[in-house]
Design a protein around this ligand. Structure first.
Ligand code: ASP
Ligand code: MG
Length: 420
């Protein structure tokens, strides 16, 4: 049994959906659990629906939602013949779930509504895919993952109840493979014990797939993407980025930690715990080797480059030239926690503390305001944070170029530079 995950880009056009079917055809003899994301930019579109609804703009939210509806109905119509009516009925049920809510007035927190609205993206895409695959002779069973993955009610970043979910997987999912070898479901979403929908954080489908791989003791997980595999840099920023054929779990966790947009950061742990290899493959050309991520040590990795734009640097100085000690650092970390701020880099000096973070203006303003009780605060914006793992002198020189270095921090393995 293996787990496959197809991202939004693999189902964002009729052509690509047909390509996914072609890939699945070649695995017809295997037991597969298949997780599929919302189509293309649907999640972003649904986020807008939620925002308009919460702002009290009912008409706008309904209008934006009707665009999402139309796109899915059109896609279904293009793809399906025999199964169209049945599929349309399932889509309509999901539409109604959302519309019913949009006609109400918001009385709960935004994050709750966000999850009730945004979750529909994956339900729609998987319903269409399942119907299409069945029509193509790829027999499969569709399941609503909200019946399986139980979480707490930390909306937009819900935590999985492993014990309960495992029980559902054993009782409800495992028997399904006896009927059809392929089971299709959603990533990124789940439900609370009160049957409220939740999401697990943006890009969370990789993580759901890994949770299933763990719970089903899968022999492997494959993430199908529109790139060759895991690259040592973002090819959009660095045209000479190269493919890394093999990586260790820990390396991927490190890469994700420093902001590489490879794989959702939570994905690795469930796989690592059971030693399940993760393949990253290109759905446009399945014959390419891609990347394998596993437990073995990998030697001779190229420099791995992560560039984060839009960084702010906060300079904090003790007011009376006293040393920055446990107490003041404690205050700061307490603030980070309160404001859910994740610093990308911190540096502690005798009377100063530097902190580089993503420039989210409201959060930074709040942090600066609160920190001003204990420190003199200066904020600098418009910076870039360069992280290089397995660096060497030449590559650093080349990457820094003529930029001015504001802050540098390095270990034998990783160098980080804040540049102006
Ligand atoms: N559709 C969700 C998102 O775009 C989840 C995912 O694709 O992983 O964030
Ligand atoms: Mg995605």
């Amino acid at each position: 049994m293996r787990v496959f995950k197809f991202g939004g880009a693999s189902v964002n056009s009729i052509e690509r959906i047909k390509q996914v079917a072609k890939i699945l055809h070649s695995f017809e003899k295997e037991e597969l659990l298949i997780v599929i994301s919302a189509m293309g930019k649907t999640t972003n579109a649904l986020e807008k629906v939620a925002e308009q609804f919460f702002a009290g703009n009912k008409e706008e939210s309904l209008q934006l939602f009707s665009q999402v509806k139309q796109q899915h109905l059109t896609t279904a119509k293009y793809l399906l013949v025999r199964n169209y009516l049945a599929c349309e009925q399932s889509l309509t049920n999901f539409f109604t779930e959302v519309e019913w809510l949009l006609y109400d007035k918001p009385v709960r927190k935004f994050d709750y509504y966000y999850d009730q609205i945004v979750c529909v993206g994956e339900l729609l895409s998987t319903a269409i895919m399942s119907a299409f695959l069945n029509e193509e002779g790829i027999a499969n069973t569709w399941i609503d993952v909200r019946d399986i993955i139980r979480t707490d009610d930390n909306f937009r970043d819900a935590n999985i109840d492993w014990e309960f979910s495992q029980k559902q997987v054993d009782q409800q999912v495992k028997p399904l493979f006896k009927k059809n070898r392929m089971v299709i479901t959603q990533g990124f979403i789940g439900a609370t014990d009160e049957n409220e929908s939740v999401t697990l954080g943006r890009e969370g489908s990789d993580y759901t797939a890994a949770v299933f791989a763990n719970m089903l003791d899968a022999e492997s997980q494959t993430i199908w993407k529109d790139v060759e595999g895991v690259m040592n840099a973002d090819p959009k920023q660095y045209p000479d980025a190269q493919l890394i054929p093999e990586l260790n779990y820990t390396e991927v966790i490190e890469m994700a930690y420093y902001g590489a947009q490879v794989i959702h950061p939570k994905t690795i742990k469930p796989l690592q715990n059971k030693g399940i290899p993760l393949y990253v493959k290109c759905f446009l050309d399945p014959s390419l080797p891609g990347t394998v991520i596993h437990n073995k040590t990998v030697q001779g990795l190229p420099p791995i480059i992560v560039m984060k734009e839009n960084q702010a640097l906060i300079h904090l100085k003790s007011k009376d030239f006293s040393f920055i000690g446990e107490k003041s650092v404690g205050h700061l970390y307490h603030l980070f926690e309160q404001l859910s701020i994740k610093p990308n880099l911190t540096q502690n000096g005798a009377i100063s503390f530097l902190c580089c973070l993503d420039d989210k203006p409201e959060k930074i303003e709040q942090l600066a305001l609160e920190a001003a009780i204990y420190f003199d605060v200066v904020v600098e914006k418009g910076l870039r944070l360069l992280t290089v793992r397995h660096y060497h002198h030449e590559v650093m020189q080349k990457l820094i170029g003529n930029n001015e270095v504001v802050l540098r921090q390095q270990s034998p393995e990783t160098a980080q530079i804040v540049m102006r």
